[in-house]
Write a protein that binds this ligand. Structure first.
Ligand code: M6R
Length: 608
């Protein structure tokens, strides 16, 4: 998804913009650009491809200035190209605009207000720059307000005007942005990592707010033009935490951060044998009112929700439906005050999940958000929030966010059962004690020896075109996540099936060319899964089984095994996914893939 950076102050804007854009590379992009003002002259430079292409382009030009905006683009309207990269300007080259999101009525605006004007790109963004220049009458702020009244869609826009080089103007409706408060300088960015090297004081921008950044400070106004007193948050992430810390890839770093993430996610939440959440309390009456729960999310977060269904149904016997957020509101879901909607999102900004949350609220349902990003749109809009406390996740492939989503749901499920008095003290103590063992147990799968075993197994997948993942129950939910991870970063076609379902069609595809990864962790379904493995073995597929430590049986009828530490079977999904994350990582590495920024994908998906 596009990344935005803006700076005004006394320092060289170019360095700050490039540095900020680099911190936003994790969002995925296909081109980049900057616009800088010096002596009332606007310079715009853009380049398709990696940020280094832009740097190489601007180095000999000695572009300078103390005010500027920058952008990494993830194409929506128009293919990746120098021309389509942002910033965009109007015909006079007097105003520059960077944009994240979509201007839905851009064709109407073009035809209605800009007939006869010359455009250099295929983007919706360029229309905004043209409108600004067309309506400019010496008052930048009033011109922006006039243009904002015309445009429809979800967007974050940051704009500069060569004739008024003392300010940057920004606004958002949908796409996230955060302001950085400095001494004699002000910053704006799509996400906090771009600001951390310069300031830890930030302000989250709400939809509809207009921000005027100057060297002296930042003014934020509402739609009526009233100046708002906004809370300044202090970010406590270290700058290093948002960077690679010596790892070749963020993905491996984040996989190895899981034990620490688990500790953080549980810290302060388990007190005297009970689960507590700082930000909310649900009484027995609140919970008893829910006749149904929806869990709504996308991608990996959706897979986490599939485990959440089993957790909640087991703990408090409330029926749970898990829904893909992009489908949810279009199928007229049965929402009311007796329904709880749980939205899960690492970023807290996924457009479809935000829309699902809104749908829930519009129909009277309360919303609980499970998210990693404090101050994100989803965190702000939800009635109750459970933070993941996973720390920043930069790699596009979600790993520690997924496992902490599971952990958050186990904690929430136990909490519900306690409030409803549906769990015995003994069961509760056992579950909590085992949850607290997770960091130690996970470490056992992160050792050099374990990873070297995985590297050897991953070599089997270097040249394959298709992989099947199979499992039953919770093992199936994990298989789905394993297959998404593999296809996402190694570009191998991977499918996950409920193990018993293979023989209803897909078994026809199983040959010696299609390796199978079988999850054999759930004891209740072990025998049945073993039979399904024998079915694929009979078709000569090479089988890797993920097994519990101490299982000596499975190795007799598969080709490879990877054991996970033995833990209460109900909690084992958190451990069982770790070898799958590592297999994906090492397979992608052998295949030379761009692991942290897989092709066509973005970390934060803020368009529907
Ligand atoms: O930020 P979110 O958790 O809402 O993101 C949802 C999906 O886009 C995300 O989980 C995606 O599937 C991951 N890249 C998978 O690794």
């Amino acid at each position: 998804m596009c990344g935005i950076v803006g700076y005004i102050g006394k320092q060289d804007a170019v360095n700050i913009l490039i540095d900020g854009l680099r911190k936003l590379e994790y969002r995925g992009y296909d081109s980049s650009g900057i616009a800088v003002i010096h002596d009332k002259h606007l310079t715009v430079e853009k380049a398709v491809g990696k940020l280094t292409n832009l740097e190489e382009k601007i180095a000999p030009l000695a572009v300078k200035g103390n005010i500027g905006i920058g952008h990494t683009r993830w194409a929506t309207h128009g293919k990746p190209s120098d021309a389509n990269a942002h910033p965009h300007t109007g015909e006079k080259g007097q105003m520059a605009v960077v944009h994240n999101g979509i201007i839905e009525n851009y064709l109407y605006l073009k035809e209605t207000y800009l007939a006869g004007e010359h455009f250099t790109s295929e983007t919706d963004t360029e229309i905004v720059a043209h409108l600004l220049e067309k309506f400019y009458d010496g008052d930048f702020e009033q011109t922006v307000i006039k243009v904002l009244d015309l445009i429809e869609g979800a967007y974050a826009l940051v704009m500069v005007c060569a004739d008024e080089p003392d300010k940057i103007i920004a606004c958002r409706k949908g796409s996230p942005m955060v302001l950085g408060v400095g001494e004699g300088e002000s910053f704006i960015a799509s996400d906090v990592p771009a600001l951390l090297a310069y300031t830890r004081k930030c302000i989250y921008i709400e939809p509809g707010e207009l921000c005027i950044l100057t060297q002296e400070g930042i003014e934020i106004k509402n739609h009526q033009g009233e100046v708002l007193a906004k809370e300044i948050h202090t970010i406590d992430w270290s700058a290093e935490a948002a960077e690679k810390g010596g790892y070749e890839h963020f993905m491996l770093k984040e996989i190895e951060e899981q034990p620490a993430a688990f500790q953080r996610a549980m810290a302060g939440r388990i007190k005297n044998g009970r689960v507590k959440f700082d930000d909310f309390t649900l009484t027995k009456e609140d919970i008893a009112k829910w006749r149904k729960i929806y869990i709504v999310a996308c991608g990996t977060a959706y897979h986490a929700g599939l485990v959440g269904k089993t957790i909640i149904e087991k703990m408090v016997r409330i029926p749970v439906e898990v829904e893909i957020a992009s489908e949810f509101r279009y199928r007229n879901p049965m929402l009311d005050e007796e329904t709880l909607v749980i939205v899960i999102s690492q970023s807290g900004e996924t457009a479809d999940t935000v829309a699902a949350l809104q749908e829930a609220h519009d129909n009277g349902s309360k919303v609980l958000a499970i998210t990693n990003v404090v101050g994100s749109a989803i965190a702000r809009a939800a009635d109750y929030v459970v933070y993941l406390w996973a720390g920043p996740e930069i790699s596009v492939a979600s790993t520690k966010a997924y496992t902490t989503m599971l952990l958050a749901q186990y904690l929430f499920g136990i909490y519900l059962a306690q409030q409803m008095e549906m769990i015995t003290a003994e069961a509760e103590n056992d579950l909590l004690a085992q949850l607290q063992q997770l960091p130690v147990e996970t470490e056992k799968m992160l050792t050099a020896a374990y990873q070297s075993q995985i590297q050897q197994i991953a070599a089997n997948y270097e040249k394959v075109n298709d992989v099947f993942f199979i499992g039953r129950g919770l093992d199936w939910a994990i298989a789905l996540e394993g297959s998404l991870k593999l296809k996402e970063i190694s570009y191998i076609h991977a499918e996950a099936y409920a193990a018993g379902e293979l023989k209803h069609g897909t078994l026809a595809l199983v040959t010696t060319e299609t390796p199978v990864i079988a999850l054999c962790v759930q004891e209740a379904t072990y025998d049945k899964t073993a039979s399904n493995i024998k079915e694929v073995k009979a078709r000569d597929a090479r089988v890797l089984a993920i097994i519990n430590e101490g299982d000596t049986e499975t190795a007799k009828f598969v080709d490879d095994v990877l054991a996970i530490p033995r833990i209460n079977n109900f909690l084992s999904p958190i451990l069982a996914v770790v070898p799958l994350q590592l297999i994906s990582y090492y397979t992608a590495k052998i295949r030379g893939c761009d692991i942290d920024q897989p092709r066509n994908l973005a970390k934060s998906v803020t368009v529907e």
